[in-house]
Design a protein around this ligand. Structure first.
Ligand SMILES: Nc1ncnc2c1ncn2[C@@H]1O[C@H](COP(=O)(O)OP(=O)(O)OP(=O)(O)O)[C@@H](O)[C@H]1O
Ligand SMILES: [Mg+2]
Length: 320
C-alpha cells in the first residue's frame, strides 16, 4: 500500500520541564534539579479532516503534547511535521475561553489581532471578522462587545472564530466543552463537526469526558505518563480496549464500559512524570504485570484482525 503523508505527524516527540529549586530548598532540604518528562517519546499522526481524541489521567501530558504540536512549546527532542514540513499550522482552543480572551478587547479587536498576524490588510478585517462570526453562529452585532457580555458557549464560539482567523489546518481543542452546560456542549461539538465538514480542518480533541471523545473522534489515542499506550479507530478502542490501562479507564464509565463487567480499580499509586518507572510505565499499577514489564519498554503491537489498532503492552506481544 502506498504511504500517504498525514497532515500532522510527530516523531519521537519529547517535552521536558526543568525546575531548579530555590537556594533554601537546595541547602536545607537537599532538593535537586527536577526534570518532568511531560511528553516522553510520542509518535502519532492526524490525517486531514480527521479528529483524533486524546485521553488519559490528569497530568499525563495531554495539554503539553497539544501545545508542542501547535508550536506554543518547543520540543525538547523529536519533531512535529505538517505535511512533511516543520512549519506549524495549528491553533488552540481552550477549556476556559474567558481566561484566554483579553477582557479589555472587543470581539473586533480580538479577531483583529489574529487577522493582522495572518497579514490581512486593515480595510479587509471588518469583512473577514463578520464572516468568521457568522461561521461560528454569532452576528455582526457582536463585533463591538466585550467577552464579559457573552455566555460561556458564546465565548467558546469567539475562541473558535479566533482560531479560524489564522486559517489553521489543525485545531487542538483542549477540553473545549468541559466548562459548559451539557446542552451547550452539544452545540459547540456540532459547530466543530460542521466546520470540519466545510473546511476539512483536523482536530486533536483533548477531553476527560470519554462520552465526548467517543461521539466526536474518528480515532483515539490513550496517553499514560508522557507516552501513548494504545491507539485505534474509535469503535475498536471502545469495543476492544486492549491495554490494561485503557480497560481500567473505560470501565469507569458504566454506559460505555464492557457489558456486565464491573469497574476495574487501579492498584498502586500514580507514579510521577519526574521519575517514571523503568520498563513499562504502567507496571506499578497493572494487575497483569510480568517480569519483562519492569525490564523493557514495550514495543508497539498491532492487534490481529484490527487494522490501525496498536497497543504498547508486553501482554499483547506475548499473545500475538
Ligand atoms: N509549564 C510547565 N512547567 C513545569 N511543569 C509543567 C508545565 N506544564 C505542565 N507541566 C507538568 O507536566 C506534566 C503534564 O502536564 P499537562 O498539563 O500536560 O497534563 P494534562 O494531561 O493536560 O493534565 P490535565 O488533564 O489535568 O489537564 C505534569 O506533571 C505537569 O505538572
Ligand atoms: Mg491539560
Amino acid at each position: 500500500m502506498k504511504e500517504r503523508t498525514p497532515l500532522v505527524k510527530t516523531i519521537g516527540l519529547k517535552r521536558y520541564f526543568y525546575s531548579r529549586p530555590g537556594f533554601l530548598a537546595r541547602c536545607l532540604l537537599g532538593e535537586k534539579e527536577r526534570t518532568t518528562k511531560a511528553v516522553d517519546g510520542v509518535d502519532i499522526y492526524i490525517e486531514e479532516g480527521e479528529t483524533l481524541g486524546l485521553v488519559g489521567e490528569s497530568g499525563c501530558g495531554k495539554s503539553t503534547l497539544g501545545r508542542v504540536i501547535v508550536g506554543l512549546y518547543a520540543p525538547t527532542a523529536g519533531q512535529v511535521l505538517y505535511e512533511g514540513k516543520t512549519e506549524p499550522n495549528g491553533q488552540m482552543i481552550f477549556q476556559n475561553p474567558y481566561a484566554s480572551l483579553n477582557p479589555r478587547h472587543t470581539v473586533r479587536q480580538i479577531l483583529g489581532v489574529s487577522l493582522e498576524k495572518r497579514g490581512v490588510p486593515l480595510e479587509e478585517r471588518e469583512d473577514e471578522s463578520v464572516k468568521l462570526l457568522e461561521r461560528v453562529g454569532l452576528t455582526p452585532l457582536h463585533l463591538d462587545q466585550y467577552p464579559r457580555q457573552f455566555s460561556g458557549g458564546q465565548r467558546q464560539r469567539i475562541g473558535v472564530a479566533r482560531a479560524l482567523a489564522m486559517r489553521p489546518r489543525l485545531i487542538v481543542a483542549d477540553e473545549p466543552v468541559s466548562a459548559l452546560d451539557v446542552s451547550v456542549q452539544a452545540q459547540i461539538l456540532n459547530l466543530l463537526e460542521g466546520l470540519q465538514a466545510e473546511t476539512g480542518v483536523s482536530f486533536l480533541l483533548i477531553s476527560h469526558d470519554l462520552a465526548v471523545v467517543h461521539h466526536a473522534s474518528h480515532r483515539v489515542a490513550v496517553m499514560y505518563l508522557g507516552k501513548i499506550v494504545e491507539t485505534a479507530p474509535t469503535e475498536s478502542l471502545f469495543e476492544n480496549p486492549s491495554h490494561p490501562y485503557t480497560q481500567a479507564l473505560l470501565s469507569a464509565i458504566p454506559r460505555l464500559g464492557a457489558t456486565g463487567e464491573s469497574r476495574i480499580r487501579l492498584q498502586g499509586t500514580v507514579p510521577s512524570a519526574v521519575d517514571p518507572p523503568p520498563g513499562c510505565r504502567f507496571q506499578t499499577r497493572c494487575a497483569h504485570k510480568m517480569d519483562i514489564c519492569a525490564e523493557m519498554e514495550p514495543l508497539p503491537v498491532e492487534i490481529r484482525g484490527d487494522p490501525g489498532h496498536v497497543v504498547w503492552c508486553h501482554l499483547r506481544a506475548s499473545k500475538s
